[in-house]
Design a protein around this ligand. Structure first.
Ligand SMILES: [Zn+2]
Length: 389
């Protein structure tokens, strides 16, 4: 699928430095225009593939000649303030967002050496202007009522899990807005990396991953500011996990995200980070695991007697899909599960217990959209494939 053809004009014969500057600039602009979440620059033996992640899926948009690969990566490194003369080490930086795209709040660049040269990924963070109410997320009734119950509590921890780009920040923002409406005046503070959604009446703090304001340092100081509700962008290290658990145990309602494929895996990850089982059972209220499944393009989807198929048209850039839907499952840490966590049960043990309790798996939740012809079984299987890891 080709979205545009910058390569043709810029790279046929001799490529000047200026051509590469224009090329990279156009790629960055085009990615933002189509709403890509990431741009991949992947060097191969003879070419440099440029891919956009759209609705969660990578699509090749450009195949550039190998000859200009180094120049393209070098240009990105200049934009990201990285060391252009070091090609042998991984580097991370950010590309300033003053290119006339007010929707973009941050662009992170990561460069990595491979046998074919350097590979670069630009992750684009958008200002999410569409505020979604908790009721509008499309969650199943049981999950919605559990989340509301947790949001009304004065303490405890809600963890939201799923891979990058699975809509976790949108869900958390919706819960924060629900709390604001239910309890006007409650002190709500967020620590984010970066702040993707501006919320009126909420104190939002931007973490500087390459600077002094990291999650643990900010969180520790913040607890002295007497917040009632805390949202931490992500628990990625043991130090943050420890402070978060303490906060959840001492009269704060804390919400955060973790990278894990299954709800039980989030608990295991906390254990691996050195959190004691009793600290988990007395602080964590629930784990919400979620994914986004692509919605079939209404313009081109094919109905085979109620069995819908993705086709592809102009409107969906040939992918057959347009937009995404939220699917989820929730694990509450109650009675038998608590005992299993205290006994340091492994992932399979916890999952087995969930099954016995009639837990509704995320795949089951997604089936309702397959039945309604909103997505396909294949899409659901693909998205939930990582649910078993
Ligand atoms: Zn279409």
């Amino acid at each position: 699928m080709a979205i545009s053809h910058y390569g043709n004009k810029s790279c046929d014969t001799k490529t000047t430095g200026n051509d590469v500057v224009v090329l990279v600039d156009e790629l960055l602009k085009e990615a933002t225009r189509v709403g890509a979440s990431d741009i991949h620059f992947e060097p191969g033996g003879n070419e440099l593939s440029v891919k956009f992640r759209l609705d969660g899926v990578l699509n090749t948009v450009e195949t550039l000649p190998r000859a200009i690969s180094d120049n393209v990566i070098a240009r990105l490194k200049v934009l990201g303030n990285l060391l252009t003369y070091r090609n042998d080490i991984p580097q991370e930086g950010r590309i300033e967002t003053n290119n006339g795209s007010p929707d973009v709040v941050d662009r992170r660049l990561s460069v990595f050496p491979t046998i074919y040269g350097q590979r670069a990924v630009v992750r684009i963070f958008y200002q999410n202007t569409e505020l979604t109410d908790l009721e509008q997320l499309g969650l199943a009734d049981q999950i919605l009522s559990t989340l509301k119950h947790i949001a009304r509590a004065n303490q405890g921890i809600l963890l939201v899990t799923g891979p990058a780009g699975s809509g976790k920040s949108t869900t958390l923002a919706a819960i924060l807005r629900y709390i604001q409406k239910q309890f006007p005046g409650k002190s709500i503070v967020t620590l984010e990396d970066p702040v993707e959604l501006r919320l009126d009446g909420v104190t939002q703090v931007q973490i500087t991953p390459f600077g002094p304001m990291t999650f643990p340092t900010a969180l520790r100081s913040l607890l002295r500011q007497d917040p009632e509700v805390l949202m931490i962008g992500e628990i990625r290290d043991a130090e943050t996990a420890k402070i978060a658990i303490e906060a959840g145990l001492t009269g704060h309602l804390l919400m955060s995200t973790m990278h894990s494929g299954r709800p039980s895996a989030a608990i295991l990850r906390l254990l691996e980070m050195g959190i004691e089982p009793y600290q988990i059972t007395s602080s964590v209220s629930a784990v919400l695991n979620q994914r986004l499944v692509r919605r079939l393009c209404e313009n081109c989807k094919k109905d085979n007697n109620g069995d819908f198929e993705a086709v592809g048209c102009e409107k969906c850039l040939g992918t057959g899909f347009k937009g995404r839907m939220l699917i989820a499952e929730i694990m509450q840490l109650d009675g038998p599960l608590r005992k299993a966590v205290l006994a340091r049960s492994d992932c399979d043990g916890l999952e087995k217990m969930l099954d016995e309790q009639g837990h509704k798996h995320i795949l089951e939740d997604g089936l309702r959209f397959v039945r309604q012809g909103i997505t396909t079984q294949a899409e659901l299987d693909k998205v939930c494939g990582s649910a078993n890891t």
